[in-house]
Ligand binder design. Structure first.
Ligand code: TRP
Length: 470
């Protein structure tokens, strides 16, 4: 054993593969699934959108998740140092990813605060005489209240990540994720048994492919990135806490599957109710904050269901937001040897300050636009989701597909020097392949498909959304 290793503080590690899957699925399952996915489904022709989304999860989501986790577990480093290790020219990719976590949390916590507000509201019971459009507008236009709920959300987030990787992130996700699933099933049973729910079910099952246009396809792809927390180093960092003997390939496939099931379940929980109460499925972002409370206020057992629903959304949001700073925290811990508490404090404080303008962009700063038509809140989302994530995704494909130890490539037929040990199913056995297959112990039969997607299909497809979004 290398004696140097003994002097370094021990790197954080998950206690089990299950813990890793729950934490990574916890990161993935969030407002993206429960808030954005259902309203995108509603706006984009129901099941047609779901089909396109599934297509991208399978082709892009799983491919990139495998690549990203492999970098983390192989290098055992934070994204900045990991990308630098692959090639010094790629260091910026890690930096961009780590910074994007800060940007995303800064505005995500604003919506997290809204969830807290609605949770409190549902305790005081939903009231059918209220106009929920007005409730939402009054709440978001109140700067003091916005600031308060945003701050409370931040404090909860801080408390969890300050408790550490195992005792904070892993433990919290291991409890909240299964709880979330049970609660979702409960809400789904209730809404599916409402009178008139069938129309909503039909909307989700009968694809209206006429509604599929370029915008739908592109928004489905963007949603896959956001929902899987892909391309910004979160999965990379979580992978770096994974034990060498665990089967990372299986986890990399499981996480997108769990994430997708929850997203679909959310749509199945919400749409039948929307139809049963003859409301519009195309409400967009206010679906969760205006349409749903209206439904809960009218539905039998609506108060209990409303409370359970907002509690589960809160669980999903918090298990996501506790992952967002992890890339940057691990960078300070690995690179500057800060202790975790200090790294957590400094990064939380910085992100909190950055988030205040977003919290105020629905009231005091409502008319302050960075880009035309974009408030500070909208701009942060645009910057992270539409610019940084796709760039990070393309860079990830290129890093693993083409650059890392020469990239994923077949052993040349006439290369007589290649021994069996140097190759895996005809591919050069580099660090990426060794990591994914646990040094040849795990079967990776789909390797050629994965290699093709990683090197060609994904970067080209992502480039298309990126250009289109600009
Ligand atoms: N995937 C989460 C959601 O669906 C959000 C999220 C968590 C995220 N960590 C991330 C998004 C990192 C981008 C990058 O809500």
């Amino acid at each position: 054993m290398n004696s140097d290793n003994n002097q370094l503080p021990k790197r954080a590690q998950w206690t089990s593969n299950f813990g890793f899957i729950m934490a990574a699925a916890g990161s993935a399952v969030g407002l993206g699934n429960l808030w954005k996915f259902p309203f995108l489904v509603g706006q984009n022709g129901g099941s047609a959108f779901i089909f396109v989304y599934l297509f991208f999860v399978i082709f892009i989501g799983i491919t990139l998740a495998i690549a990203e986790i492999a970098i983390g577990r192989s290098t055992q480093l934070n994204p900045v140092d990991a990308y630098e290790k692959i090639s010094p020219r790629l260091k910026w990719v890690g930096v961009l990813g780590a910074v994007s976590g800060v940007i995303i949390l800064s505005y995500y916590a604003v919506v997290g605060g809204w969830i807290l507000f609605y949770l409190a509201k549902s305790l005081l019971s939903f009231n059918s005489s209220l106009d929920y459009t007005k409730v939402f507008d009054e709440y978001t236009s109140n700067p003091g209240l916005q600031f308060l709920t945003f701050s409370i959300y931040f404090i909860i987030n801080y408390e969890i990540i300050a408790s550490g990787v195992q005792k904070g992130i892993e433990k919290c996700s291991k409890i909240l994720m299964p709880a979330l699933l049970v609660m979702m099933i409960l809400v789904t049973i209730r809404t599916l048994t409402l009178d008139g729910a069938a129309e909503g079910v039909e909307f989700l099952l009968k694809p209206d492919f006429a509604k599929l246009d370029k915008k739908t396809i592109l928004s489905a792809m963007g949603q896959v990135f956001f929902s899987l927390s892909l391309g910004v180093g979160t999965l990379l960092t979580f992978g770096s806490y994974l034990k060498k003997e665990d089967n990372m390939l299986r986890s990399a496939v499981c996480i997108p599957i769990i994430d997708t099931l929850v997203a679909i379940l959310a749509a199945v929980a919400i749409m039948p109710a929307v139809f049963a109460y003859k409301l519009k499925p195309t409400a967009g972002p206010p679906l969760m904050f205006i349409t749903l409370p209206t439904i809960f206020s009218k539905m039998p057992l609506g108060n209990i269901i409303g409370f359970v629903f907002f509690a589960l959304v809160f669980f999903a949001a918090i298990t996501s937001s506790i992952s967002m700073l992890e890339a940057l925290i691990s960078f300070f811990v690995d690179h500057y040897k800060w202790d975790r508490t200090k790294a957590v404090r400094v990064n939380t404080a910085m992100t909190y300050l950055l988030g205040i303008p977003s919290a105020l962009s629905f009231n005091i700063l409502k008319d302050f636009h960075i880009l035309p038509d974009k408030t500070i809140f909208d701009f942060m989302d645009f910057l992270a989701s539409n610019i940084i994530m796709p760039v990070g995704g393309i860079a990830l494909c290129i890093a693993v597909g083409w650059i890392w130890e020469g990239g994923i490539r077949r052993v040349k037929i006439n290369d007589t020097s290649a021994t069996e040990k140097d190759s895996y199913l005809g591919y050069v056995n580099n660090s990426a392949i060794k990591e994914i297959t646990n040094n040849g112990k795990i079967k990776f039969t789909m390797i050629s498909i994965w290699a093709f997607f990683l090197k060609w299909l994904c970067p080209v497809a992502i480039l298309a959304i990126f250009i289109d979004n600009l």
